[in-house]
Design a binder for this molecule. Structure first.
Ligand code: BGC
Length: 378
C-alpha cells in the first residue's frame, strides 16, 4: 500500500539548504515521520568495501540533517538479502527506496516489489536493468571514469610502442563494470591499434581493436570480453587472475607494463601480484574510489592514480530528489540512461582524477584524513 506523503513535512515551509540538499527542514524537535514511519530506505551492496561505508556516512548525515528519517541496510553480496532488506524497509513504511544493486538484473525483482507497494525507486550509482520499476538514476559519470583511467595509461607511456597492457574489469553483474570498461576502451582502442600498447591478457578483445564498444549495442561482446578479465570486484579473485596472467606470459609481455584495474581494492591486489614478479620492472596501474589504502599506495608509488567520486555530492543529489518526491514534485534530471527496458531519468556527477600531484584535494575537502594516509607528503 502506498504510504502517504508525510503531511508534517509538507506543512513546513522553511526551506533548508544543506550540502546542496534543499530540503524542507522541520523546526527543532518536530517529528518528520508520521507514526514514526521511515521515509527513505537505502540499500547498499556491501559493508566490506570502504566505498560503500563512505556512502552510508554521507546518507546518514545529509538525509538526517535535512530532516528525513532513513535507514541504511547492506546486501552483503547477496541478491536474496537485498530483496529481504527491501521488503523490511517497505514494511517500515518507506516512501522512497534508494538502491545500489548487488546484481543489475536480479535486483529487478526487489524494485518491482517496491513499485507494487507504491514506493518510488531511485537507482543509486548502479543502474538496475531490464525492468520498468525504476523511476530515477543518480550516478557518477562512469563512462568518464573509464576514459580517465585509459587516458592516464596512454599519457604515462606517451611516445612508446609495444607496451604490454593488462586489462581487468569489475563484476559482470554490475552495469557499471560495462560502462567503465567501454569508457576506457573508447581511448585505449586506438592506442592499441597504433601500436602504443600490446594486449597481454585478453585475446577476446583482439577483434575490437580500432573500434569502440557501446554498452547497450555491444553488450554481448562486452559480456564475453569482461568474462575473461573479471575481478568480480573481489580482491582475491583479482590477485589470482593477475598471478595466472603473469605465469602464462613470457618476459616479452613483462618489463614496463600498463594495467587497467577497475577500482582501488582490485588495483592494490593486482599491484601486489605484479610487484612479486621479478620480470616486471615497473607498472602503471589505475584505480577508482579514492580509498585511503590506495592513497597510501599512491604515496609509495605502488598505485598510479585513483578516481575521486565524492559520495557526499551523490548523496546530496539523491537527497534533492527525495525532497522533490516527498513534496509531490518530479525531481529535476539532466540526462537519461537506457536500462534495456526504459530510458531512466538521471543525474550525473563529475569525477576527479587523483595522483600524487593533487593528493591534497580529497584531504583538503575533508573527504579523507591525512593521518590515515601512509607517507602523505607534507
Ligand atoms: C562502483 C565503484 C565500486 C565498485 C565495487 C561500482 O559499481 O561504482 O565505485 O568500486 O562498484 O564495489
Amino acid at each position: 500500500m502506498k504510504k502517504k506523503i508525510v503531511s508534517t513535512l509538507l506543512s513546513i515551509t522553511m526551506a533548508a539548504s544543506l550540502m546542496g540538499c534543499d530540503a524542507l527542514k522541520p523546526s527543532s524537535g518536530e517529528d518528520t515521520a508520521t507514526d514514526s514511519e521511515l521515509q527513505v530506505g537505502i540499500v547498499l551492496p556491501t559493508r566490506d568495501e570502504p566505498r560503500w561505508i563512505q556512502d552510508e556516512a554521507s546518507f546518514t548525515s545529509i538525509l538526517g540533517d535535512a530532516g528525513f528519517t532513513s535507514e541504511v541496510l547492506f546486501s552483503q553480496g547477496s541478491s536474496a538479502t537485498e530483496l529481504t532488506n527491501v521488503e523490511s524497509l517497505i514494511e517500515k513504511g518507506i516512501d522512497v527506496l534508494v538502491i545500489c544493486a548487488q546484481d543489475a538484473t536480479a535486483a529487478a525483482q526487489a524494485v518491482e516489489v517496491a513499485h507494487a507497494a507504491g514506493v518510488e525507486v531511485i537507482c543509486y550509482d548502479r543502474l538496475i536493468t531490464d525492468t520498468d520499476a525504476v523511476d530515477y538514476y543518480v550516478t557518477f559519470n562512469s563512462f568518464d571514469v573509464g576514459v580517465q583511467q585509459g587516458q592516464y595509461l596512454i599519457d604515462a607511456y606517451a611516445g612508446q610502442t609495444g607496451v604490454p597492457l593488462y586489462l581487468y574489469s569489475g563484476a559482470t553483474t554490475d552495469n557499471n563494470a560495462f560502462i567503465f570498461f567501454a569508457g576506457a576502451w573508447s581511448v585505449l582502442s586506438d592506442a592499441v591499434a597504433n601500436g602504443q600498447f600490446t594486449i597481454a591478457n585478453c585475446s577476446a578483445i583482439d577483434e575490437y581493436v580500432g573500434q569502440t564498444l557501446d554498452v547497450t549495442e555491444d553488450h554481448e561482446a562486452l559480456s564475453n570480453i569482461l568474462g575473461t578479465i573479471t575481478t568480480n570486484w573481489d580482491f582475491n579473485t583479482a590477485k589470482s587472475l593477475a598471478e595466472a596472467n603473469l605465469v602464462a606470459n613470457d618476459a616479452d609481455l613483462k618489463g614496463d607494463v600498463a594495467i587497467l584495474a577497475p577500482n582501488d581494492g582490485t588495483a592494490r591486489a593486482i599491484a601486489d601480484a605484479f610487484s612479486a614478479d621479478s620480470d616486471i620492472s615497473s607498472f602503471v596501474v589505475t584505480g577508482q574510489d579514492c580509498e585511503t589504502a590506495s592513497l597510501s599506495y599512491i604515496c609509495s608509488g605502488l598505485q598510479s592514480m585513483t578516481i575521486w567520486k565524492n559520495t557526499a555530492e551523490l548523496a546530496s543529489t539523491t537527497c534533492d530528489m527525495v525532497n522533490s518526491i516527498l513534496s509531490g514534485n518530479s525531481p529535476a534530471t539532466t540526462t537519461t540512461y537506457n536500462n534495456g527496458t526504459i530510458e531512466v531519468p538521471s543525474n550525473e556527477t563529475a569525477v576527479t582524477v587523483i595522483t600524487i600531484d593533487n593528493i591534497n584535494e580529497p584531504v583538503d575537502a575533508g573527504y579523507v584524513s591525512a593521518s590515515d594516509i601512509q607517507g602523505y607528503p607534507g
